[in-house]
Write a protein that binds this ligand. Structure first.
Ligand code: N01
Length: 558
């Protein structure tokens, strides 16, 4: 992989896509097929994005595999057979690698390369992109396919450098084998990642100690073999299934909610809760239509889960520690697990509530809490991510004045449709804050955004425009709309990575668009059909399209 020789101009492209996960892989295909010269840049050694990095034991998707797929090519959908209802990480990674190979996308993607800066040049109407390999590229459009949950929160416990065992992060699980069999293992963090890892690591570790700060609601995935008949049915009419997903609130299949809880007596409520528990997973966010806004209904659903924990976990003290009772159910993302609570019945598993017994420091041999010193061979950190802004900051994106992308986001992300932000022309954020984002089926939401961005570019080419960015009025009005629909949500009132809390007055901003993926698709389609109101298009001679990058790629891509 060569750098630009000294004195050589940056290699021009129409589109540079940063990140080669679900959104990035599809972007490269889409823009290339549209006749644009495109370069994908990916920091990892292979494509896959979060599914490359999150290879911890137990990692699997919490959206049904039947819907966690690409639908752009019916043959691809027909050919690929998931084996489980919720695909495991190795299968999803294999799928994404297969897609990259099947459509010959790898030659457009430069792997093992980090973007170190991307700066808008107002004179040429291009971003100048530099990488840690010393390469320089210029591009008309910059597409951030870096994901909302990809920049891991680093462990900063005192003493970590002293630890003589091995420590790892779920979000950047190493490619070389992490020896866990027969080892004394600690897991710190009990979000979605910690929950999934707990069940699997408990099966092989000699001793597993889970350090919990907040007890979370974990609903069984009810994973099992994939229903191949269901797959065959969908495969027989892929387009209809895609259209169906566009009309769903999560961009995925969930059973309908039962309406208001108050419409039912206690026995009926119990039956409905049983049915949703048996279905499993995120369906439990929608047992009753008012559980996200009505505290009484929410408590009914939450208490059902707490009773399940009391039934499942044999040791009453452990059960009590696992009871989620510090926030309403669904106001943080629920965990989707497999035998999570059952795992705490194992003799080799211990739970520590770090509110009662805080971690003081990591030692050479393990973890010192306020009351005990524990020895571990491996410490697994499952601490989550710097959501929404982490990966954008990492790419060091600057406007023409050197101002960074998220600098003006101190009162929450500022976007129009979650797709573009002000002052950064021709920059697309896939599944950004202000779009359904992490509330939706991410592969479906990514494809919708890529298609939308591709249509905007086609519109620009048709009309001779070089630049596009949202107007200030459009951004303000979109933010006001998102704030208005977020206002009644219980989940806006609880601290979690989806909520931005303003430092000055403590006011709270819910970052994803919460009215549903279906409502978002409807709204964005209306905007498209109306000729993109809210987007400011500009034109001049200098930013005209370049196809020469297609030739140059031979020298820079594997
Ligand atoms: O991260 P999290 P995650 N000391 O932020 C704890 C997606 N995902 O990686 O709750 C001790 O949810 C923190 O405690 P608290 C999915 O969207 C999907 O698990 O802040 N503990 C919490 O327990 C998910 O929502 C899948 O009190 C500390 C945990 O670390 C998102 O990724 C699988 C701590 C972080 O939980 C993030 O999930 C995995 C500290 N200093 C992830 N700091 C699928 O199933 C933090 N914690 C597809």
């Amino acid at each position: 992989m060569s750098s630009n020789p000294p004195g050589v101009e940056p290699i021009p492209f129409d589109v540079i896509v940063i990140g080669a996960g679900m959104g990035g892989i599809y972007s490269v295909k889409k823009f290339r097929d549209q006749g644009l010269s495109v370069l994908g840049i990916e920091g990892a050694e292979d494509v896959g994005g979060v599914w490359f990095h999150n290879r911890y034991p137990g990692a699997r998707v919490d959206i049904e595999s039947i819907a966690y797929a690409y639908f752009f090519d019916p043959d691809l959908y027909k050919e690929w057979h998931w084996t489980e209802r919720y695909a495991a990480q190795p299968d999803i990674l294999a799928y994404l690698q297969h897609v990259a190979d099947r459509y010959d996308l790898r030659r457009h993607i430069q792997l093992a390369t980090w973007v170190t800066s991307a700066k808008w040049d107002a004179a040429t109407h291009r971003y100048l992109v530099t990488t840690d390999r010393g390469d320089q590229y210029s591009t008309r459009f910059l597409v951030m396919a870096t994901g909302q949950l990809s920049k891991a929160r680093k462990p900063n416990f005192p003493g970590l450098d002293d630890f003589t065992g091995r420590w790892v992060q779920t979000s950047h699980w190493p490619s070389d084998p992490v020896e866990l069999e027969g080892k004394r293992v600690a897991i710190i963090g009990t979000g979605s990642s910690g929950v999934q890892a707990t069940s699997e690591i408990a099966k092989i570790a000699s001793q597993l100690t889970v350090f919990q700060r907040t007890a979370n609601y974990v609903i069984p995935a009810q994973n099992g073999p994939m229903d191949q008949e269901q797959h065959a049915n969908i495969a027989s009419d892929v387009k209809s299934y895609w259209d169906y997903l566009q009309g769903e609130a999560g961009g995925s299949y969930f059973p309908a909610d039962a309406g208001l809880a108050a419409n039912y007596g206690p026995e009926e409520q119990r039956r409905i809760l049983d049915e949703h528990w048996a279905f499993g997973g995120h369906a439990f966010n929608r047992v009753f239509s008012d559980q996200g806004v009505n505290m009484e209904t929410n408590t009914l659903v939450a208490e059902y889960v707490r009773n399940k924990i009391r039934e499942i976990v044999k040791d009453p003290e452990t059960a009590n520690t696992l009871l989620p009772n510090t926030y309403p159910i669904g106001s943080k993302r629920i965990g989707v697990g497999t035998d999570y609570y059952e795992t705490f019945n194992r003799d080799n598993v211990t739970l520590i509530d770090i509110n009662k017994d805080p971690i003081e420091r990591i030692t050479a041999t393990g973890v010192k809490t306020s009351t005990q010193e524990l020895e571990f061979d491996v410490i697994v950190f499952a601490l989550g991510f710097t959501a929404f802004t982490g990966s954008l900051d990492q790419a060091n994106i600057q406007n023409e004045n050197g101002k960074h992308l998220t600098e003006a986001w101190d009162r929450g992300a500022s976007t129009y449709l979650g797709l573009m932000t002000g002052g950064f022309p021709n920059l697309f954020l896939l599944t950004g804050p202000g779009s359904p984002s992490v509330l939706a089926n991410m592969i479906v939401a990514n494809v919708q955004h890529v298609d939308y961005a591709a249509d905007i570019i086609a519109f620009m080419d048709e009309h001779g425009y070089d630049t596009v960015q949202p107007t200030r009025e459009a951004i303000d009005s979109w933010l006001a709309h998102v704030a208005e629909i977020s206002e009644p949500l219980l989940r806006r009132q609880v601290d979690n990575y989806m909520v931005h809390v303003n430092k000055d007055d403590g006011s709270r901003i819910f970052q994803p668009y919460p009215a549903g993926y279906n409502a978002y698709v409807k709204r964005t389609t209306e905007i498209q059909q109306a000729g993109y109101p809210g987007f400011d298009f500009g034109s001049s001679e200098i930013g005209s399209r370049s196809n020469d990058g297609a030739v140059a790629i031979a020298g820079v891509a594997k």
